[in-house]
Design a protein around this ligand. Sequence first.
Ligand code: ADP
Ligand code: MG
Length: 390
Amino acid sequence: MKFENMNIQENVLGSLNNIGFKEPTKIQSETIPIIKQGYDVIGQSKTGSGKTAAFGIPLVEKVTKGTRAQALVLAPTRELAKQIASEIRKFSDLKGLSVQTVYGGVSMRPQIMGLKNSEIIVGTPGRILDHMRRGNFDTKNVKMFVLDEADRMIDMGFIDDIAKIENNLPDDRQTLLFSATMPRKLNKITSRFTENAKRIKTETKVDEGLLEQHYCDVKPYEKFSLLVHLMKEEDPELAIIFCKTRRETSAVASNLKKQGINAEAIHGGLSQHQREKALKKFHDGRIRFLVATDVASRGIDVDNISHIFNYRLPSNAEDYVNRIGRTARAGKSGKVISLLSKDDHASFRRIMEKYSYKVGKLEISDFKEIPFRKRSSKRRRSYKNYRRRR
Ligand code: ADP
Ligand code: MG
């Protein structure tokens, strides 16, 4: 199958050609035709399988130039909203549509202008709702409503906001919902927001051929030492080290720096600017290691991540699926190593029961003990300054 044979609008096809998309991925070849026919669609496929274009291509086809806010795409995080917008801009490049991102943490004013002048709106639920309440968002033209990473939005507690947003949209619109996983709690919103939806499910599991998954047992106080040991031993091209909390993420990153390992943290407690700076460095290959929380990692769209280290396992099994979906992308191989201490065992069991992955125990050679400071050095410094000032 080629995009050329999918009856796609000339100018959209031209844009796809320009960015080098020739063949649709599975989720794209299965959903694009039925979205074009006008059906509501509930699409499920693994992370990295091309869900953005699955809804983005027909969306750009259906939107006409010159009429404001015809499509509304909701995403769980700012990073993701930006990424979706930038991908849709590429598809609509030749068609000349305008795409406005709408998320919190930045000024409302340009967004208000954009809501009036752009055909396509991509945003996070909180800020979209905010604009709706202030009368900045005229929704009467919305004919496509997309919920991307719907599983994540539910996990992040956006259900009420989404329901309120949906309430403001015309009834005869088309609704598309995409997700890597379909936890039961999603049924409530799929039945509420969609009508006679077609369900498409492809490749929900990771490609076991390209992805190796391992675990190793370690005492909590040796975890950091083992991480450093593994990072040296494995010598990843690019790696993400996943932690559970913001504090842990900062602490691991700053301790890695102390070991001369160039790592940056990204988590929800950092400013938008800080997160973007770190992501860009990672994207450009200026740093090889990113220490991240699950939420922050959602914005990472990098193809050659060779390793995922789970410094702590997530309590939510779906987060594990999303973590490992960051590697073994675009035909490249990837390796996942989970460092398990007693706090991780229950989560590990739950994940393995749910997804029955093949995960091998990693044999570890002796490793050096390395000190780990729980508090970041910045905190201590500011405390010292505080004392000095007094
Ligand atoms: P998902 O949302 O399923 O996690 P994305 O939409 O982010 O996946 O796509 C993953 C990567 O694959 C992106 O870098 C995207 O540009 C690329 N991609 C998507 N579809 C195609 C295609 N048909 N041909 C080539 N690359 C593609
Ligand atoms: Mg996606």
